[in-house]
Design a protein around this ligand. Sequence first.
Ligand code: BG6
Length: 481
Amino acid sequence: MPARTLLLFGATGDLARRMLLPSLFGLDADGLLHEGLAIVGTARHAIGDDGFRESAATAVEPILADRKLDGAVLERFLARLSYVPADASDLASFAALGEALRDRIDGGIAIFLSTAPSLFGSTIAGLEQAGLAGPKTRLALEKPLGQDLASSREINDAVARVFPEDRTFRIDHYLGKETVQNLLAMRFGNVLFEPLWNASGIEHVQITISETVGLEGRTGYFDGMGSLRDMVQNHMLQLLALVAMEAPAQFSANAVRDEKVKVLRSLRPLDAARESVIGQYTAGAVAGQPVPGYLDELGVHSDTETFVALKAHVDNWRWHGVPFYLRTGKRLPVRRSEIIVQFRAVPHSMFSGRGAALRPNRLVIGIQPEENIGLTIMAKQPGLDRQGIRLREVPLDIGMANAFADVRRRIAYERLLIDLIEGESTLFVRRDEVEAQWHWIDAIRSGWDEAGMRPKAYAAGTWGPAAAIALTERDGVSWND
Ligand code: BG6
């Protein structure tokens, strides 16, 4: 049963303004929010219904203009909104919230916590006390869910005391991205790839999430956290799990998550000194613009890494001996998220005596900025070949934007919010997955401490420290830059 109410904590915050309200508006404009759905915002400030509607109208303005929607669509959306102030650090303030929502409880409430994790505990206690944690209520939580296994367990325990696992929706917004889901369609909707999708057919896998942005004023959160915990622990390990998992029997929450967690538990503990590289950006230039270094932005000394590259292994039969190279960083030359699957070479080339070199096939799954799937294959260059056969690598490209030109691309949160409202949890992360992720990440951080590793400098606008290149080159592999 879809929830009749969406209750947004942190309704005046950055995520609500940038992502949540625009996503809800996009869904509403397409007629995808059911008529009775009320959206109740809450935060500390007493801005009232009108204040909330005003800030929502500003947040959705670009979509209104971009899609040339008429004012009636906006009016209909704003009419769904109301606002009740609540202060997570003051339990008494939840009474008013409980009172305001009393009549809506039976219709089901989906709660979205987009607040600092330090407020999760008190918010959950407040919800319980106000009678807003009953069997018809589900709870979605935004990262960071802790900073290590111990603190993530504390948060998960606090949630579990009130919300059972099947009503807990942990968000990893990468799972809401279209191409990430397309990875499943590609792997399990085609007969072509699966027979080769193992150590016999695949030589290595690369996953890159490169960003051009720097700290963006998020000092309080990012410094001390670093790229390993900000990006690898969640987004990158989810991508790795989707690439490496066995075929689930159904596209259902438990079937998919059961397979992912097996992969996450099979991650081999990393030899931190040999198999990881960390970096921190110094001043440089991105897209031709000079940008300051991390420490200049921060104003104090810090050993937080803004870049990390890892060589991971999934210790099971399917992936025996296949490295998974992962890298992510801030202030890199381009914004790009992609997965590269490098197939093995043919066992014998009949063309070698005729002067033609073969290059092994490579599958490139572009997640952003462009969504595309490309497969490189060898083809003969046209001609009479009097001087030997000439073969060339040519791409078979599926640009999703062209293949599905008439379908609007959605923000990841549109998908996640509608799934939350409808109670569909396949694209949310289960507790055992999060804990397996932290377990592996914590061991890497201990390895860094033991090895006394500090981030190496790299100039903003470059692909990280030189050691990151050496990490793959010594295996004869190059990053796909
Ligand atoms: C967030 C991280 O989870 O993902 C940010 O906290 C990062 O540091 C962001 O910038 C990247 O998301 P996207 O969708 O822009 O790739």
